[in-house]
Design a protein around this ligand. Structure first.
Ligand code: PDD
Length: 275
């Protein structure tokens, strides 16, 4: 792997040169949080909102972070890469233990790591599987502890699917790495924010922009049965943008591929963030 621009504890280097301690709590406990910050034409998309969410994730776990320095490093990663479109993965970990211990030492120093990836934002059509949400009860924190997501998404992959839509007792939560939207009767629906879902930045931007253009959006508690009547279902994330669901393999649907309301929302999103 050549020239993958990365930064570790403030030092820029190629990704392959970075070495971490096996006693990093990111390694032993997943005691770390992260962000995926997309950029277009070398400019961060909703950069400040990603930085704010990273600060919030750190605060939720009492991980100390120098957020101004982190912002500068992310911008430098984008600039150094010379990629037009892509994203920065940035992780803030609690630090390295002297000896593995659940209860951390207060003097531990935060460990930071970021790298930049070239990525083009292309339209995607997804085959998804519904599955029970088996995750913990603080999915609003963007933590690297993602075993529930990983189990469900790889199970779906083994059945030929690209993503999952998770539910808790039939109430829709979110995708494995995305938020869920669906449309029927000229209205767009999406699960309301709670501790069971990540407050997605793409979700937030899309809601703001489509509301401003006069489209009716309702945030609420929706059941997987509501997906049967939906004319269009799509997933949002910083790397997917808006990705249309074309099939749910374990539930009947009445999806109309390229439904006008989906195309309208996609157009509004692209015009605002990807033009
Ligand atoms: N994930 N929900 C989950 C569980 C996610 O992992 C993500 C994004 C989202 C969408 O959030 P946003 O619009 O801010 O990207 C919702 C990133 C892309 C990832 O883990 O790679």
């Amino acid at each position: 792997m050549e020239n993958v621009h990365a930064v570790f504890n403030g030092t820029f280097d190629n990704l392959e040169n970075i070495k971490i301690s096996p006693l990093s709590r990111a390694y032993t406990f997943s005691d770390s949080v992260y962000e995926v910050i997309p950029f277009h034409n070398a400019k961060g998309i909703a950069f400040d909102r990603h930085i704010k969410r990273l600060q919030k994730s750190c605060n939720s776990l009492s991980i100390l972070a120098n957020i101004d320095l982190i912002s500068k490093e992310i911008i430098e990663l984008i600039n150094k890469s010379k990629f037009k479109d892509g994203y920065v993965y940035y992780q803030v970990s609690r630090g390295v233990d002297q000896i593995r211990s659940h209860m951390f030492n207060a003097d531990i120093s935060t460990e930071t790591f970021g790298y930049v990836v070239e990525h083009t934002f292309e339209a995607q059509s997804l085959k998804v599987m519904l599955c029970e949400d088996v995750r913990w009860q603080r999915c609003d924190i963007k933590s690297t502890s993602l075993l529930g997501n990983i189990m469900s998404m790889n199970n779906a992959k083994n059945s030929g699917c690209d993503e999952v839509i998770m539910h808790k007792d039939r109430v829709i939560t979110e995708g494995g790495a995305s938020n869920v939207f669906f449309a029927s009767n000229d209205c767009v629906y999406t699960p309301n924010l709670s501790k069971n879902i990540l407050p997605g930045i793409t979700r937030e931007l899309l809601i703001e922009k489509i509301k401003a253009s006069g489209i009716n959006v309702q945030e609420g508690s929706f059941k997987i049965d509501d997906l049967t009547d939906a004319k269009s279902i799509w997933l949002t994330s910083s790397t997917k943008g808006l990705a249309q669901v074309i099939e749910i393999t374990n539930q009947e649907t009445n999806i109309v591929v390229d439904h006008p309301l989906f195309l309208e929302c996609e157009k509004i999103f692209k015009n605002n963030f990807l033009s």
